[in-house]
Design a protein around this ligand. Structure first.
Ligand SMILES: Cc1cc2nc3c(=O)[nH]c(=O)nc-3n(C[C@H](O)[C@H](O)[C@H](O)COP(=O)(O)O)c2cc1C
Length: 384
């Protein structure tokens, strides 16, 4: 897409628009990964390397992308991934995200560190949504959040296990995120001042800018730096499988463990009571040089079998990628950056349009590989 006058279609089109719309430090926060961003790049490259078989002369007049995920009907096997601070990229970003997900018939996942609180998302949502949990040292806070999530109608809890400690995001460090240096503050003030559309949309009309689910935890709810400090101190890096058993005991809905790459960890998650696992390296934001999600998917899927649902994320950028992931054993995929770029560029309408393109791409890829429903997608479709 050469100019801004051309309608965005793909995630990369929205990314380019988001880059124009957002202050640099916010764009980099979404766009970046850990260290040299090798894992982030592998997530994309490993999808690109996979080839599908073109198969012809099968009746493909009735194609359906519909499925069920964690016991709920979905129009296609795609979920909006939990993304922290999504509400800083678009006005009340989580609300716009859940509305687009509702309209498309796919699940939306609210992050622990979203801007909009559970109650605001519930009020905007016509359907149950998913809640993602980071383990907080103070288990009383965790209990309270889960009680709120249940009251908000959340059916599925996604417990993220690949962030006992935050990865080294060098772009954020370069932008001075999380610091108080005068230079960094001046730079971000300049970036904000030179992005007036964002200032109006998010800066002025998108308030309050606090972590809505953690609002009562720090004294000044709009002091993001104080929040981040509190959060870093509160993230519990002593978590083990025992804590999942504890969670299982207090969470009555479905429980999905996010951030699994190894088959033995997947088996342990299922043994601890998980209904599903997400093969994920957190979008390449945690351990750099870890393998891509798509390359690890087949062995995890084989180890889990039908004991739990296997989802995956990282680098899914089209309906063709969704087809590839399902062929290699995923029940569904999550998309992170793509929905946030679309939201930053065009709000709810952008996310809706993006999801419509993913669905159409899936239908076309299914027709041209000769399958008519998602149950028929299997490893035979991959051209070795
Ligand atoms: C800006 C950003 C913030 C994220 N915040 C969270 C989060 O709060 N909780 C979580 O479990 N995962 C979080 N993730 C990871 C995503 O849920 C997902 O695993 C990842 O984005 C998938 O890769 P993709 O961006 O290539 O689609 C975040 C990812 C990004 C890009």
């Amino acid at each position: 897409m050469g100019t801004l006058n051309v309608a965005p279609v793909t995630p990369l089109d929205y990314r380019r628009l988001a880059e124009k719309r957002l202050p640099r430090f916010l764009f980099d926060y979404i766009d970046g990964g850990a260290n040299d961003e090798l894992t982030m790049a592998a997530n994309i490259a490993d999808f690109q390397r996979l080839k599908l078989k073109q198969r012809v002369m099968r009746d493909v007049s009735n194609i359906s992308t519909a499925t069920t995920i964690a016991g709920e009907a979905a129009s296609m096997p795609v979920i909006l991934a939990p993304v922290g601070m999504a509400g800083l990229m678009a006005r009340r970003g989580e609300v716009q995200g859940v509305r687009a997900a509702n309209a498309a018939g796919v699940p939306f996942t609210l992050s622990t560190v979203g801007i909009c609180p559970l109650e605001e998302v519930a009020a905007a949502s016509s359907k149950p949504f998913w809640f993602q949990l980071y383990m907080i040292r103070d288990r009383g806070i965790v209990r309270d959040m889960l009680t709120r999530a249940q009251a908000a109608g959340c059916t599925t809890l996604v417990f993220t296990v690949d962030l006992p400690i935050a990865g080294m995001r060098h772009r954020d460090a370069r932008n001075g995120m999380g610091g108080h240096s005068l230079r960094a503050r001046a730079a971000s003030a300049w970036q904000i001042a030179t992005h007036p559309i964002w200032v109006a949309d998010v800066g002025v009309f998108g308030k309050p800018h606090s972590f809505g689910n953690l609002e009562d935890m720090v004294a000044n709810p709009t002091d993001m730096e104080a929040y981040k400090k509190w959060l870093n101190a509160q993230f519990d890096c002593s978590v083990t499988w025992k804590d999942i058993e504890w969670l299982r005991g207090i969470w009555p809905g479905k429980l999905i463990i996010k951030g699994i790459l190894e088959a033995d960890d997947a088996i342990a998650a299922v043994a601890a009571g998980a209904d599903g696992v997400i093969v994920s390296n957190h979008g390449g934001r945690q351990l750099d040089t870890a393998a891509s999600g798509i390359s690890k998917l087949p062995e995890v899927a084989a180890a889990v079998g039908d004991k739990a649902e296997v989802l995956m994320d990282g680098g899914v950028r089209s309906g063709i990628d969704v087809v590839k992931a399902l062929a290699l054993g995923a029940r569904a995929v999550l998309i992170g950056r793509p929905w946030v770029w679309a939201n930053a560029a065009r709000g709810q309408a952008g996310v809706s349009d993006l999801l419509a393109v993913f669905k159409r791409e899936m239908e076309v890829a299914m027709a041209l590989t000769g399958v008519t429903n998602v149950a028929q997608l299997n490893a035979d479709l991959i051209d070795r």
